[in-house]
Design a protein around this ligand. Structure first.
Ligand SMILES: Cc1ncc(COP(=O)(O)O)c(C=O)c1O
Length: 427
C-alpha cells in the first residue's frame, strides 16, 4: 500500500477503453479482472439491466425464485453437458466454496462417512475465501494463512518451460499422471479432485497439455472420486471454447462459472451439478440432507437478466468463432515477444496470454525486483495507453473477449513497447 499514494479514478468505460477523471484513455488489457466480454457500456447489456431494474431489483431465493434466474439456470444446464441443476452465488470464490461443500456433503448424504479429503493441483487458484484458498495455493497470496487452511493432497502440473532434468515433456506429463493415479488408487478417503479447467490462470498461465485433464477425469471415475472443475476464468470463451471441459473431453460432477457469466457487468456466479449429486440432496426434512448455504444476493434478478442477455449475444454474434479468429493475432507476435531479452516463455490459448519474465534466459531465473513488477508495468502501460496487470513475474494479457483484431493488435504492440521500456526498471 505504501507504494501507491493515489489511484486513478475511472469515470467511464466505452468499448474496450477505460477513461479516467482527467480524460486519459486506457485499453482494457485485463478485461476488468478477466470478466469483460463485450467491452464497456454495451447498449444491449445496459438495456437488460435497466429493464429488469424497473421490474424487480432483488428478491430472496429462500423459499422463492424469480423469472430471470430460472431462465438463466435452464440456459446454463442446456449448454453444460452432463449438468442438471444450478446453485447461484455472487462471486467466483463463493461458487467454489459451494462446489467444495456440495462435494463433501454428497458423500455424507449417501452414507460414506470416510470420504473427506480433497485432491488438487499445486499452484491452483480458486478464490480468496478460506475454502477456496485451501484447495488452491499460490504462495505469494496465501502463505500468511497457511496454518488456517485445511489440508489437501496436491499434485504437480507439467510445466513445459520447466521440465525436470532427464525427462521429455511427454515423459514428464505421464510421470505426473502416474503419480496422481498411484496416490488416488491407494486412498479411499478422497471425496473430490478440484482443479481449474483447461489452464491455471492466476498460478502463472499454465496451459495443460492435451489429454492431461481428460486423464484426471478418468482416474476420478475409476476410483470413485468426484471431479470438480473451476471454469470461472477459463470457460465462456476465454480459452477459445464456450465450455472448456467439453474441449478437454472431461465431464465433471460439479462445475463453477463466474466472471464472464454476466458479460462482466454485475456480480454473479453459478455452481452446477450433475443429477447424481443433486439427487443425493433429496430427502425428507428430518433426513437433513439439504445444503445449508445461501447468500443474500443469490440469484439476483438484475444480474440474472444481464447474464441472459449476455448468453443471447454469444449466440447472436457467434462469439466463440470470432474469438478463435481474433486470438490468432497473438500468434503473430510470438517471435517478437520471445526475442526480448527478459522474456523467458510465452504461453497462449484463446484470449489469454502469459509472458514470463526472467533475468537470465538460459537459467530461466524468474525476475524478483525490489519494487513491485505490477506497479512498474501498470505505470509504463498507462504511458502507452494500456491497462496492464502482472501476476508475479508474468505479464498477463486477458482482453475483453469481443475485442477487434485491430484493438488486439494495438494491445499486443503496446505491451511489447511497455516490456521494452519497463525492462531497465525491473531487472
Ligand atoms: C480460476 C478462478 N477461480 C475462482 C476465482 C475467484 O473469483 P472471484 O474473484 O469472483 O471471487 C478466480 C478469480 O480470479 C479464478 O481465476
Amino acid at each position: 500500500m505504501k507504494e501507491w499514494n493515489s489511484f486513478d479514478t475511472i469515470t467511464k468505460g466505452k468499448g474496450m477503453w477505460l477513461i479516467d477523471s482527467k480524460g486519459n484513455k486506457m485499453l482494457d488489457g485485463v478485461a476488468s479482472m478477466w470478466c469483460n466480454v463485450w467491452g464497456h457500456s454495451n447498449p444491449e447489456l445496459v438495456k437488460a439491466i435497466t429493464n429488469q431494474s424497473k421490474k424487480l431489483q432483488h428478491s430472496s431465493m429462500f423459499n422463492l425464485t424469480n423469472e430471470p434466474a430460472e431462465r438463466l439456470a435452464e440456459s446454463l444446464v442446456k449448454i453444460s453437458p452432463g449438468m442438471h441443476r444450478v446453485f447461484y452465488s455472487d462471486n467466483g470464490s463463493t461458487a467454489m466454496e459451494i462446489a467444495i461443500k456440495l462435494a463433501l456433503q454428497y458423500w455424507k448424504n449417501i452414507g460414506e462417512k470416510k470420504k473427506t479429503e480433497i485432491a488438487t493441483l499445486k499452484n491452483g487458484y480458486h478464490g480468496d475465501t478460506f475454502g477456496a484458498m485451501s484447495v488452491g495455493f499460490v504462495t505469494e497470496f496465501f502463505s500468511k494463512f497457511k496454518k488456517q487452511l485445511f489440508p489437501t493432497i496436491q499434485f504437480s502440473v507439467p510445466n513445459k518451460y520447466r521440465i525436470p532434468k532427464g525427462f521429455t515433456f511427454l515423459d514428464y506429463q505421464n510421470y505426473c499422471l502416474e503419480k496422481i493415479e498411484k496416490k488416488i488408487s491407494k486412498n479411499n478417503n478422497i471425496a473430490a479432485f478440484v482443479m481449474e479447467s483447461g489452464a491455471q490462470v492466476a498460478g502463472g498461465v499454465m496451459i495443460y497439455p492435451k489429454g492431461f485433464q481428460k486423464k484426471i477425469s478418468q482416474i476420478c471415475k475409476k476410483y470413485d472420486v468426484l471431479f470438480v472443475l473451476d471454469e470461472i476464468a477459463t470457460g465462456f470463451g476465454r480459452l477459445g471454447f464456450m465450455i472448456q471441459y467439453e474441449e478437454q473431453k472431461s465431464i465433471p460432477d460439479i462445475v463453477a462459472y463466474g466472471k464472464m457469466l454476466t458479460g462482466g457487468y454485475l456480480t454473479m456466479a453459478a455452481t452446477l451439478t450433475n443429477k447424481k449429486i443433486y439427487d443425493s440432496y433429496l430427502g425428507e426434512f428430518n433426513d437433513w440432507k439439504h445444503l445449508f448455504h445461501g447468500h443474500t444476493y443469490t440469484g439476483n434478478p438484475i444480474a440474472a437478466a444481464v447474464a441472459n442477455e449476455n448468453l443471447k449475444m454469444y449466440k447472436k454474434n457467434n462469439l466463440i468463432k470470432k474469438i478463435q479468429k481474433t486470438s490468432k493475432i497473438f500468434e503473430k507476435f510470438y517471435q517478437e515477444i520471445s526475442e526480448i531479452n527478459i522474456v523467458g516463455d510465452v504461453r497462449h490459448k484463446g484470449m489469454l496470454m502469459g509472458i514470463e519474465l526472467v533475468t537470465n534466459k538460459k537459467k530461466k531465473t524468474p525476475i524478483h525486483p525490489k519494487k513491485s513488477i505490477n506497479k512498474i508495468f501498470f505505470e509504463e502501460g498507462k504511458k502507452n495507453g494500456i491497462y496492464l496487470r502482472t501476476l508475479g513475474n508474468i505479464v498477463m494479457l486477458v482482453p475483453p473477449l469481443a475485442i477487434s483484431e485491430k484493438e488486439l493488435d494495438l494491445l499486443v504492440n503496446r505491451t511489447i513497447k511497455t516490456i521494452q521500456t519497463a525492462k531497465s526498471k525491473v531487472v
